[in-house]
Ligand binder design. Structure first.
Ligand code: ADP
Length: 396
C-alpha cells in the first residue's frame, strides 16, 4: 500500500512516501522517498500552495521519480497541528472534517492554512483518494482537567482557551517504542518523553496515556526552544504592550526572536550554541544554561505528576544528537538514582538505552518517527475502510 505523508510546518513542507506490506513490521521501516520544500518571507501562502504541487510533481517526474503516476497512491496522510477538542482520533478527511480544521485556524493560523491547502491540492489532482488527518494534539486530548485548565477566569474554558499540548504523534510513538525496547507492558510504565527539536516539549505518560505536557494553548508554552521563548511571565507581555508594542510585535518576539537565538544572539541551532560555548562565548553559555535549567525543571514537574519515572526518553534533533544536553539534563537526577553511562551517551545510531546497568531509571534515545506513525494510522484506516466496503458487498 503506497502512502504519502504530508507534514506542513510553519516554514517548510515535508513529504514522505511509504510502501507498507501486510503484516506491518512492529518497528518503523525507512521511507521509499523523502522530500522537503521550504519557503520564507511574505509569500508564505503562495509558496505553500506551490510546494504541495512541487512535491507531487517530484514524485512522478524527473530521474528521481518514485511513482509512474499519482494514481498509484492509495492513501495521503496529513499531520494536522491543532484539532482542538473535537478532532482527536485519526480520521478520514470529509467536508465536515475540513470545516472543523478550518474552525481551529485562529489557534494555529500558519499551520492550519498550509494543511488545508495541501488537502485541497490533493483533492484537485487526485479526486477521491482516501485522505487521512492525524492530529498533533490528539494524544493529549485526555489530559486530566487539573493539567488542562488554565487558572484564569472559568469563562476561558468555554472559549476553548485551555491546554491542548502538541508533538503528540511523536510523544505517543516514543511511549510505544520505549515499551518495546524495555520489553514491558505499556500499561505498567511511567515515562517522561523529551521532544527536543526546533520546537521542544515534554510529556508525562502513564499507562500509555498523556497525563501532562509542557506546551499548552499554543506551541509557545513550556520549554525554551530554538527561536521560541517558552513560558515567560505574562506580566512581561502586558508591560511591553503598555510600552507601545503591538500584539503582532509580541508574536514575532516570542516566536522568532527568543529562545536559543534570542539569548545567544548567534543561532537557533543547538550545534552552533554548544560549539560557541566551548570556544568561550558567554552568551552561548548562558543560552545553554537557561535551556538546561528549564529542561530539568520541566522533567521534575512531569515526574512529580507521574509520582515516579521508569524511563526518561530523549527524541528529535537535539534529544537524539546532543550528548551535552542529555548529560547536563540528567546530571541533576542522580538523587533519584538515575545514572547515564558516559560512553553509551556518546554513541549514535539506533534507538538505545544509555543508562548504566545500575540506574534506577532507564534513559532511552529514540529516533522521532512522526511520518511513519502517520503512515501507520493511514494504513489502519485504509484497512478498516476496505473491510467495511467488503462487508457491505457481502451483505445479503
Ligand atoms: P523539527 O522540530 O523542525 O522537526 P528537528 O527535530 O530536526 O526539528 O531538530 C532540529 C534541531 O536539532 C536543530 O535546530 C538543532 O538545534 C538540533 N540538532 C540537530 N543535530 C544536532 C546535533 N548533532 N547536536 C545538537 N543539536 C542538533
Amino acid at each position: 500500500m503506497k502512502i504519502l505523508v504530508l507534514n506542513s510546518g510553519s516554514s517548510s513542507q515535508k513529504a514522505s512516501l511509504y510502501d507498507f506490506t501486510d503484516p506491518l513490521p512492529p518497528s518503523p521501516t525507512a521511507a521509499l522517498w523523502d522530500g522537503q520544500v521550504e519557503w520564507q518571507g511574505d509569500r508564505v501562502v503562495l509558496q505553500t500552495r506551490n510546494s504541495t504541487g512541487a512535491i507531487l510533481n517530484a514524485l512522478t517526474r524527473g530521474q528521481a521519480r518514485v511513482l509512474s503516476s499519482l494514481s498509484e497512491l492509495d492513501v495521503v496522510g496529513h499531520r494536522i497541528v491543532n484539532g482542538g477538542q473535537e478532532l482527536t482520533q485519526p480520521t478520514a478527511i470529509t467536508r465536515e472534517v475540513k470545516t472543523a480544521i478550518r474552525s481551529m485556524s485562529p489557534l494555529a493560523p500558519l499551520h492550519n492554512r498550509a494543511e488545508l491547502d495541501g488537502i485541497e491540492i490533493i483533492e484537485k489532482r487526485m479526486g477521491d483518494v482516501l485522505q487521512v488527518a492525524v492530529f498533533d494534539t490528539g494524544f493529549h486530548s485526555g489530559l486530566p482537567e487539573a493539567a488542562a485548565v488554565y487558572p484564569g477566569p472559568y469563562e476561558w474554558l468555554r472559549q476553548g482557551i485551555r491546554r491542548y499540548g502538541f508533538h503528540g504523534i511523536n510523544h505517543q510513538y516514543c511511549a510505544e517504542r520505549a515499551a518495546q525496547l524495555l520489553a514491558k507492558d505499556p500499561a505498567a510504565l511511567k515515562l517522561v518523553t523529551c521532544h527536543l527539536g526546533n520546537g521542544c516539549s515534554l510529556a508525562a505518560i502513564q499507562g500509555g496515556r498523556s497525563v501532562d505536557t509542557t506546551m499548552g494553548f499554543t506551541p509557545l508554552e513550556g520549554l525554551m526552544m530554538g527561536t521560541r521563548s517558552g513560558s515567560v511571565d505574562p506580566g512581561i507581555l502586558t508591560y511591553l504592550l503598555r510600552q507601545g508594542h503591538t500584539g503582532q510585535d509580541l508574536d514575532e518576539i516570542l516566536n522568532a526572536k527568543s529562545g536559543l537565538l534570542g539569548i545567544s544572539g548567534l543561532s537557533a541551532d543547538m550545534r552552533m550554541v554548544v560549539s560557541a560555548m566551548q570556544e568561550g562565548n558567554a552568551r552561548a553559555k548562558l543560552a545553554f544554561e537557561v535551556f538546561i535549567h528549564r529542561l530539568r525543571s520541566g522533567i521534575a514537574a512531569m515526574a512529580a505528576t507521574l509520582s515516579g519515572m521508569d524511563a526518561l526518553v530523549f527524541t528529535a534533533g537535539i534529544g537524539e544528537n546532543s550528548a551535552e544536553v542529555r548529560a547536563a539534563a540528567c546530571s541533576n537526577f542522580a538523587f533519584l538514582g538515575l545514572a547515564i553511562d558516559p560512553a553509551k551517551n556518546l554513541t549514535s545510531g539506533s534507538d538505545r538505552d544509555i543508562a548504566t546497568t545500575h540506574s534506577a531509571i532507564r534513559v532511552l534515545v529514540i529516533h522521532a518517527q512522526e511520518d511513519w506513525a502517520i503512515a501507520r494510522e493511514c494504513w489502519k484506516l485504509s484497512l478498516a475502510a476496505k473491510a467495511a466496503t467488503q462487508k457491505h458487498y457481502n451483505e445479503p
